[in-house]
Design a protein around this ligand. Structure first.
Ligand SMILES: [Zn+2]
Ligand SMILES: [Zn+2]
Length: 269
């Protein structure tokens, strides 16, 4: 039976003989149903089309992977090449033999996590392609994880994955929203990989925090403070955002602090 994929958010759902009735991720107020209604595809159908993945080194140890032409939300996945192994942060819906071969050449994948449900994509396929690498997922967003599989390791709170590699549960955008901290990133000054949990603004000296980006729903002041407090104990100079080039290149810890202050001022907190 096929594993249907929602064309709007790109999440692959549990196997079923006909397309599911609903996508819980898109029906949530943080996402939306596409303008032509709920539509489905499959990985097989995408592979028969014009899609391909670009695998590009962004910085030493940081490899961006994204699909062209863009599919669904279009976020990049990032392969973080640590001294203890390769960790895949976020994921893409499209994955094919060429992608698998390129990543295998870099040592494969030993662990995976996704910042929040909008980027769940084909994360289980990624794991299966790399020997069933563990997929760390927060219990808090379990109902949004639409393709259950034994490779998933459910967690609560922060997770010390490997030496110098930590999942930090910030909450905010989703209850289980998380970021990945890599102490050796940014030439040893520390890097944070943030998905939508802390989003890099167009002016890349700044970041922002939203309940919904497409529907422009803000977060309240106490939640902004909670996100800042969650990352405060960690040293980091750089933030890698959801898209290629959406990075705070330096002084990122200060950028988070000052962006939170500005945001709270403007929402009257
Ligand atoms: Zn969807
Ligand atoms: Zn999101």
């Amino acid at each position: 039976m096929p594993f249907f994929i929602c064309r709007t958010c790109g999440a692959q759902h549990a196997e079923s003989d006909s397309p599911p009735q609903h996508c819980v991720i898109c029906e949530d107020e943080r996402q939306y149903i596409g303008r032509y209604g709920q539509q489905w595809t499959t990985l097989e159908e995408l592979r028969a089309g014009e899609y391909q993945n670009k695998v590009m080194e962004t910085d030493p140890g940081v490899v961006s992977i994204f699909t062209v032409p863009q599919f669904a939300i279009g976020q990049r996945a990032i392969l973080v090449r640590t001294g203890s192994g390769n960790f895949l942060w976020d994921s893409t819906t499209f994955i094919d033999e060429a992608t698998i071969a390129a990543v295998r050449e870099m040592g494969g994948i030993q662990g995976i996590s996704v910042s929040h449900p909008h980027f769940y994509s084909s994360v289980v396929e990624w794991s299966h392609a790399f020997g069933g690498a563990p997929v760390y997922m927060p219990v808090a967003d379990r109902e949004q994880f639409v393709r259950p599989d034994p490779v998933v390791v459910w967690y609560e709170g922060n997770v010390d994955l490997w030496p110098g590699l930590t999942l930090i549960q910030t909450g905010g955008h989703f209850e289980g929203s998380s970021v990945l901290h890599w102490a050796d990133g940014a030439e040893g000054r520390g890097a944070l990989f943030t998905g939508d949990s802390i989003s890099v603004a167009q002016d890349r000296r700044w970041v922002t925090f939203m309940r919904s980006y497409p529907n422009f729903i803000p977060l309240p002041a106490p939640v902004i403070r909670q996100i800042v407090a969650a990352v405060e104990p960690y040293e980091f100079d750089r933030i890698y955002g959801c898209w290629l080039g959406a990075d705070v290149r330096s002084d990122a810890r200060e950028a988070v602090r000052r962006s939170a202050e500005r945001y709270i001022k403007w929402i009257g907190g």
